[in-house]
Write a protein that binds this ligand. Structure first.
Ligand SMILES: [Zn+2]
Length: 378
């Protein structure tokens, strides 16, 4: 087995899980947030900085690396770890999500998806076999099955047919997988917002005894209440001794709630995407540092934060750099936002260890959102 999940304990107050995932590139403490390195880099961050802020695993995007530079080049470099000089764990997605969200003129058949590159317009084809072949070449520790993430809202009939096809694709992914000894293939539970479809999908996947399970098709425009409802009946169907990954979720409230619903792994582009226009996450809530009111504010971005940015630079300086479109400003806000989420997960792990995650949630929500409940949509 490429990876092994070790359940350390469950929080007596919330039921949340504290664990470890042992991978060929080190051990990951869970629950964990995974920074996204779309094009073989977490935008503007060096591997040394990522390690310094405590990142234990990062994500790479198969779709982007397939298009550019091409998986053959990454393989020739010795795989993604060596290509990007990252010796800790990596997870690659299957490319499915980007094919459906970024590319044009896609056409789905039983065989796979034909689409046009969003870069060159070239006509390309991805199938379960191809997605696994690319991920085998990239060499990440955890790889994902090729699935369709159905749009929201969608007809139940469409979601049902799509979920069945995703299951057939998963079996083809399993058959195509050439590196089972050092790459763990995760399946993705789909089924939209329908309980019966989620239950059927989860059961089919669990019967295949995979190394780990992801929950896909959430955070796609539904309300947070609906997402939590789906999680509340989906996660209990997944085996206790395998890791569970909620895809594309990274707002602080959803991370905490997701952990309470039994999730171990999360990824999201949110911290680096919002950092680029000067939006930051602080212990007192969201702060848009490019706002005029910070022009003469020489205090740290977040006085409660001990990251490199907050230890050394002021809000006034960050505002100036962001407004002047200086790369260094984006680096500093990205660093802080990633540190903030990694540190939040660390605090969550400590709270699980001490059986007080619900108390931690209430305290965090009051301080960050000013209320015990958070906004209702993504
Ligand atoms: Zn900071």
């Amino acid at each position: 087995m490429a990876i092994k999940y070790e359940l350390i304990k469950e929080c007596k107050q919330s039921g949340a899980r504290l664990g470890r995932i042992h991978t060929p590139h080190g051990t990951i403490e869970t629950p964990i947030f995974m920074p996204v390195g779309t094009q073989a880099t977490v935008k503007t961050m060096s591997p040394e900085e990522l390690k310094e802020m405590g990142a234990q695993i990062i994500l790479g995007n198969t779709y982007h690396l397939f298009l550019r530079p091409g998986h053959e080049i990454v393989e020739e470099a010795g795989g993604l770890h060596s290509f990007m000089n990252w010796d800790r764990a990596i997870l690659t997605d299957s490319g499915g999500f980007q094919v459906f969200s970024l590319s044009q003129l896609r056409q789905i058949t039983e065989e796979g998806v034909t689409f046009r590159s969003h870069l060159s317009g070239e006509k390309l084809f991805l199938s379960p076999e191809k997605a696994i072949q690319i991920q085998n070449a990239l060499g990440a520790d955890i790889i994902m099955a090729f699935d369709e993430c159905p749009p929201y809202p969608a007809d139940k009939e469409y979601v049902a047919a799509s979920t069945e096809r995703t299951y057939r694709w998963l079996k083809r992914c399993q058959a195509a997988h050439q590196r089972k000894e050092d790459q763990a293939l995760f399946g993705i539970v789909q089924g939209g917002m329908h309980r019966d479809l989620r239950e059927r999908s989860a059961k089919q996947l669990v019967d295949l005894d995979l190394p780990g399970y992801a929950i896909g098709g959430l955070s796609v425009g539904e309300s947070k209440a609906l997402m939590y409802e789906v999680l509340s009946y989906t996660t209990p169907l997944l085996p206790k001794h395998k890791p569970r990954y909620l895809m594309g979720v990274g707002s602080p409230d959803a991370l905490i709630q997701g952990v309470i619903y039994g999730i171990d792994m999360f990824d999201c582009v949110l911290p680096t995407r919002i950092a680029r226009n000067g939006t930051t996450m602080t212990s007192q809530g969201r702060l848009v540092v490019r706002n005029a009111k910070f022009a003469r504010d020489f205090t740290p971005l977040d006085p409660a934060c001990d990251c490199y940015t907050c230890r050394n630079y002021s809000r006034a300086y960050l505002r100036h750099l962001i407004k002047a479109e200086e790369t260094f400003g984006i680096r500093l806000t990205s660093y802080h936002n990633l540190y903030f989420l990694l540190n939040l997960m660390k605090q969550i792990r400590e709270a699980i260890m001490e059986d007080r995650l619900l108390d931690f949630r209430d305290q965090f929500f009051l301080q960050y959102y000013g209320s015990l409940t958070t906004e209702t949509t993504f």
